[in-house]
Design a protein around this ligand. Structure first.
Ligand code: 3H9
Length: 705
């Protein structure tokens, strides 16, 4: 009788369990166990069929991404899966939950597949800059056809059980206990003498050679420029044209090319950076009820996030009309999530049931967490926090959503500053995943841990930041914006700046973003900003347009015009003329500014400010800055964030370029940060610096800004 790690016998059926917390990733020991098990079970006369199943909620969430930064270790997944497929006894994969990447490929190498109703099957490799590298590109089309394979693998989006059955990927659904259902089916197959059905032996579906090129052409231009999507299409085209062995070898070679690419390294860096542990997780206070003050766009967005994430919330406003409008926004967003299938009917009903409104601040008394999202004005916030300090129950965490004001000054007004933190959500709060969790001078570890835990619980990414003007994201935004504003005065057109940065990969150009957010918003902030740089050119173009009532999209004019029939964005020559006259007044000589200069100045300004923020301890790590910029400001993910990008160009060349810029534009804006100079001098990178500090930090409760 077989006695093996991870194998249990159920009569003549052997059950192999993937048991590798947290998500059963296919790390080397798991691959070795699976290979040993299949070989032994294939040879064991007492075993007539094999079931593969995952421990816990998931089957297998893929290859172990942590191994990708090291030399590959045998046994390699493609070889292990080839051995599974070659097994002489029926192998039934029992799928549930996350069945992703290498996990989905394991399912395809099995002979039969059944699944539980919560199946999420997909090929997310593309979001890591990779392609399915363990035979998926050759096996999947033999079950699901070319079009579905192209779509599943280039989108990375998982599918549920119904679609998996429709596509022929899953053979049957198991209601009730998955293990028993799979074992019963395996026994049935064995007793009926049903032979293994090997996917690689199924006929190759017909294809047109042009089909792959056509698919590539309609992919978004951004995807076409990345390494993975065109290689996924090429691997599938090879599977259509070459014998299986040659197609498998081609896919493997393409996978290794992707693995070595900077883009994949960048995406893997973000994958882990976005999954940092909750600092002081054990200290988080339970949150059974929340309250949000202010039912404007931000407040209702936060309420939607809390309710959808399972936390009952009271939305509080002073006036009935504003409260009704806020509650209507919440309802409409939940309805829309239901229509789009992001919440099922029961989840949507539960989310709606978790939101109630109130016109009295006293309603905060029942809340464990209060998030303030009232008007961005210190006097107003201090008044609100003074009352919250009295009304909120003892132990409740009081969070301000301010994006620019001093959290310590707000905290002091509450009379209980240890309970106060900042939770800086980004707009629209129900869509954007980023929250900067701001540590005030007196914020307690418990209050911070609670803010982090709640953010994670509602599916968002919490990044710890220190309390300084603009925290991390907006402070860096000012450095980035400073340069684009100077280049506007120097003669660059708004649309040329935007085009250069969009070509670099930014989701939107900064001038288009300004128009979308409203140029009046930043103008107001700068009016109240006491330590604003003493430079008449600082944000002069934006302020000039705001002074002229050109607030952006909401007034039909800003850096662009929006007054055409469809309200679309069109360049406005009048703007360049207004800025030219202003430049003349300020004595700025206009010239032609090339796209390369736009990118260099804007991105190096980010890098330099990021390095200063690290020196000052406002951010805990370069990776945190990368997560903030990729999730809050549309920095291209395939470049890994500004600090990772700096590592890829080299810190030495970055410092040299900054010194060159200092010669041309002055040392005030272009003195290289001390940390940057030190690391460049040591031949180090932000990545190596972070790795060196991580050991010391692990001992004291995770990341702390
Ligand atoms: C692949 O398969 C390539 C093959 O084609 C070819 C090979 C030759 N590896 O997200 P969570 C960790 S490429 C290692 O917070 P959730 C994660 O770091 C892979 N670790 O949970 C975190 O650790 P910690 C294709 C992994 O419930 C913990 O698990 N597969 C992996 O919100 C919990 O993660 C993917 O791309 C992994 N593959 O979501 C799937 N996955 O607790 C990637 C997770 O220490 N994973 N971890 O911070 C996911 O999409 C989500 O994690 C999942 C769970 C949906 C599974």
């Amino acid at each position: 009788m077989t006695t093996l790690d991870a194998v249990a016998l159920d009569g003549e059926v052997a059950v192999f369990t993937f048991d590798h917390p947290p998500v059963n990733a296919l790390a080397q020991p798991v691959r070795a166990r699976l290979l040993a098990a299949i070989e032994a079970l294939d040879a064991d006369p007492g075993v007539r069929a094999i079931v593969l199943i995952g421990h816990g909620r998931n089957f297998v969430a893929g290859a172990d991404v942590r191994e990708f930064d090291r030399p590959p270790l045998p046994p390699y997944l493609p070889d292990v899966l080839a051995r599974v497929e070659a097994c002489g006894k029926p192998v039934v994969a029992a799928l549930a939950g996350s069945t992703l990447g290498g996990g989905a490929e394991t399912a395809l190498a099995s002979h039969y597949r059944c699944a539980a109703g919560d199946l999420q099957l997909g090929f997310p490799e593309v979001s890591l800059g990779l392609l399915p590298g363990a035979g998926g590109t050759v096996r999947l089309p033999r079950l699901a056809g070319w079009q579905a394979s192209l779509e599943l693998m280039t989108s990375g989006k998982p599918i549920g059980i119904d679609r998996a059955i429709d596509l022929g990927i899953v053979d049957r659904r198991v209601d009730g206990d998955l293990r028993s259902g799979a074992v019963a089916w395996a026994r049935e197959l064995a007793r009926a003498g049903t032979p293994p059905r090997r996917v690689l032996e199924l006929p190759v579906p017909a294809s047109r050679p042009a089909q792959f090129e056509e698919f590539l052409r309609v992919l978004p231009a951004t995807a076409r420029r990345l390494p993975a999507p065109p290689r996924i299409v090429e691997a599938l085209a090879s599977a259509a044209m070459l014998p299986a062995d040659a197609a498998l070898a081609r896919a493997r070679a393409l996978f290794l090319e992707c693995l070595a690419s900077t883009e994949s390294r960048a995406l893997r860096h973000l994958f882990f950076a976005e999954r940092g542990a909750v600092p002081d997780a054990g200290l988080a206070r339970p949150v059974g009820q929340a309250a949000v003050l202010g039912a404007g766009t931000m407040g209702s967005g936060i309420a939607i996030s809390l309710a959808s994430g399972g936390i009952p919330v009271t939305l509080i406003e002073a006036k009935q009309e504003a409260l009704d409008a806020g509650l209507a926004r919440v309802k409409s967003a939940i309805d829309s999530a239901e229509r789009k299938g992001r919440l099922d009917a029961a989840e949507a009903a539960a989310a709606r049931g978790r939101v109630q409104g109130s016109l009295t601040l006293a309603a905060v008394a029942g809340a464990d967490l209060v998030i303030e999202a009232v008007y961005e004005n210190m006097a107003v916030k201090r008044e609100v926090f003074g009352r919250l300090g009295q009304l909120a129950r003892s132990g409740a965490v009081l969070a301000t959503n301010t994006s620019t004001l001093d959290v310590d000054a707000i905290a002091a007004a509450s009379g209980r500053p240890a309970d106060v933190v900042g939770m800086h959500f980004f707009s629209p709060a129900n869509v954007m995943r980023l929250v900067e969790v701001v540590r005030g001078r007196e914020s307690s570890r418990e209050a911070l841990a609670t803010a982090h835990a709640v953010t994670k619980r509602i599916g968002k990414i919490a990044i710890p930041v220190g309390n300084a003007f603009g925290f991390v994201g907006n402070r860096m935004l000012y450095a980035y914006g400073r340069e684009k504003e100077l280049m506007l005065l120097e003669g660059a057109k708004p649309e040329s700046i935007d085009r250069a940065l969009v070509d670099f990969g930014m989701a939107m150009g900064p001038n288009a973003v300004g128009d979308l957010a409203g140029l009046d918003i930043g103008w107001q902030v700068r009016k109240e900003w006491k330590e604003k740089p003493d430079d008449p050119r600082f944000y002069r173009a934006s302020d000039l347009l705001a002074e002229l009532g050109r607030f952006g999209q909401k007034t039909g004019r800003g850096f662009y015009r929006y007054d055409g029939p469809g309200g679309e964005r069109t360049p406005d020559p009048e703007v360049s003329e207004l800025i030219r006259a202003e430049a003349e007044r300020l004595g700025v000589r206009q010239r032609s500014v090339e796209p390369g200069e736009v990118v260099t100045r804007c991105i190096l300004a980010l890098v330099n400010e990021g390095a200063r923020i690290l020196e000052e301890g406002i951010a805990a790590s370069p990776a945190d800055i990368d997560v903030i910029w990729c999730n809050g400001y549309g920095f291209p993910r395939h470049r890994g964030g500004p600090m990772f990008y700096a590592d890829t160009i080299g810190l030495g060349p970055a410092v040299e370029a900054i010194r060159e810029l200092a010669k041309l534009h002055g040392a005030r804006d272009w003195t290289p940060a001390g940390l940057l100079v030190t690391l460049a001098g040591e031949g180090a990178t932000f990545g190596s610096w972070q790795a060196g500090r991580e050991g010391a930090r692990d001992g004291n409760g995770g990341r702390q800004a």
